[in-house]
Design a protein. Sequence first.
Length: 601
Amino acid sequence: MKEQLNSFYVSLYESLKDIADVNNKLDNTRSEIRSHIDSFKNAIEGININIKNPDIEESFKELMNSLKEVFLMWNHNFSKMLEREKFRTELKNKFIVIIFGKVKAGKSTFGNFIANNKLEQQKVEFLEYRHKKWHKIERLEELPDTKENGESEESGFATDVVECTDRIQRFNLGGMAWIDTPGLGSLTKENGALAREYIENADYIIYPTSSTSPLQKDEQDNIKELFDQNKKVTICITKSDIIESDECECDSKTACDKCEESIIKKLVNKNDKDRKNQEEYVKNTINEIIPKEKIKNKLGDIFSISVATAKEAIKNNDLEMFENSNIPKFYELMKDHAIKKAKSLKSQVPYDGLNAFISLILSDSTDSKGSIKDIYNKIEKLENSLNEGLRQLKDAQKISQVDLQVAIDKAFNRHIDSTTKENVKEKCKIITNEINSKTSEIITNNTNEILQNISNDFGVLFEGLEVGDIEIEDIFIETKHKEEPWYKKAFKGGAKVAGSILAILPNPFVKIIGGGLAAFGDKVADIINDDEIVKKTLIGDNKEVVLRGFRAKVESFYSQAFEATFLQLGESFSDIKTEIGAIKTEIGKFKNNMEKVRRTL
């Protein structure tokens, strides 16, 4: 008998091994997804933002804030998914059986039988839910509950009159978690919510009802609660046994050790006809109280069992009695459900949540908020804005150069006529100051639609032009004469005119003649014969040339300064492109990782 019981357990737990393997894989996959999300989030948040332009920095921050919202959404959705599987996470690798019913329906007796008749190497762990936590119980309180056959409960769930009506109990045995919960109406608000969550996630739900009076009014209310949860329910008619009386072979009126007053009371299973009638009654009652649309595909097996006869059969090694107790049938049904669960776990069913989550992230739909496509759309929108900004910036540079030329023209035209030899340096300073004052206005006016918050103090960028030493000089024309001068002719008149010549000669000649009139004749003759007469005539100044040169210097300086300024503005666009490139690289890595995970599901 013990070997047959062990074979039931072995076949059941062989099925549960597959469940454990798949659940372990699920746990690892969940951890891997969480790790990829966290790594992606940390990589994005670790990107160094070094953008000098406040407008572009603001646009980039908007993108980063959008990414943060996506991370929050992913974490929220992932947590919600885990929350929906909270029960499975809490009881991972378990085949979850819930026995749900009223007090004294025999559910604790049933649970204790399953817990106590285990494989030798197995250990059973009993837990009770109270104060919002599961508490491990070293030794359950033993409160005897005398049965009709005179037996009391073995160690396990307490089966006193109250039968823990406001508490949820469970035991873990190998790959199975057995949950014992009273009707929802008898639970506290908190425990009722927990029971509903457990029912929602259960693999196998049993509703026990006593064969002494199956499906009483309050039990019908409980059944309605279960079908309202939209779960498939197996109905188990418990205590399907009777006490039969027979005469003892001792034929003694005083009785023997086997009888009482020659009458032997014997516990036996109810016959098939009585069981079938009760099972039909239960089925018909359920069909009457539950709407057809709710009961469709939700009513599972209905069968009768007797824990008492199963225990008696084990005690007496009575195989026929044990099989008729229908406990073997119950094990077979549990095994079938465990196998179905294992097959389901090996298919896509348990991965649906993960697949849906990953599919949302990898979706190509433009309507999928929080998808990588959605992130790329935001980046593309920013990139398009940047490219348009660069195009407009180039146009603004061309317009600004034209405006600069106009400003230079006006500044020079305003002061050119009043510029003199004496004030030229001051006038040039005034011209450069006026141009400086226009540079900020020119660039701001031409870029304010591109960069709304751009600095309006560009003038400081152009104060490096020095006027330097600038002077206007007079321009003379020189004329040279070869004809004989008048005074040369005068010497031909002799010494009598020497006095008058001395009076009109310039100093060089006077110095030369300082030696006396005796030598004067020959020396004067040499000078006159060797030199030419040079005549300088003032014809104007070089103001136009000087100002033209200064203007060329001004135009070159400001043109280069404008080019450098717009280059710097363009580089601010390039800065964010570097940051965007880093983001796209991380997105690519994350996308590849998520696609790899999906291929393993």
